[in-house]
Write a protein that binds this ligand. Structure first.
Ligand code: FES
Length: 97
C-alpha cells in the first residue's frame, strides 16, 4: 500500500483498514476516502487493543478522559474490553498511566 499526500497529515491506518470491511463502499465513504477525511458518522477508534471485542485505543482513551472509566474493570463493564481472554488487560492498564 502506498500513501501519497502533499504533507505528512495522513489518515490513520485503522480508518483506512476499516474501509476494506465495508462492502460495497458507500458513495460518502468513497468521497471521504478521496478527500482523506473521516465521515461524520465514523469515529477513529484508534489502534486495536481488544481483539476479542474490536475495541480500539481511542475508544478506551475517550472512556478514561471523560471520567466514565476509572479502572480496567470499568472498561470491561462499559466496553467489554478485557472481559474475554484478558490478553489486552496489560495494554488497557498502560492507557491509565
Ligand atoms: S483481547 Fe481483549 S479480552 Fe481478549
Amino acid at each position: 500500500m502506498v500513501f501519497i499526500a502533499p504533507n505528512h497529515e495522513l489518515p490513520t491506518r485503522t480508518w483506512l483498514s476499516n474501509l476494506f470491511s465495508e462492502s460495497p463502499l458507500s458513495d460518502e465513504a468513497r468521497s471521504n476516502l478521496l478527500a482523506v477525511k473521516l465521515g461524520a458518522d465514523k469515529l477513529d477508534v484508534g489502534a486495536l487493543v481488544c481483539a476479542c471485542f474490536g475495541i480500539g485505543e481511542n475508544t478506551i482513551k475517550d472512556a478514561i478522559t471523560c471520567g466514565a472509566a476509572k479502572s480496567v474493570e470499568d472498561i470491561g463493564k462499559q466496553l467489554k474490553a478485557g472481559t474475554n481472554c484478558g490478553s489486552c488487560i496489560p495494554e488497557i492498564k498502560k492507557l491509565f498511566e
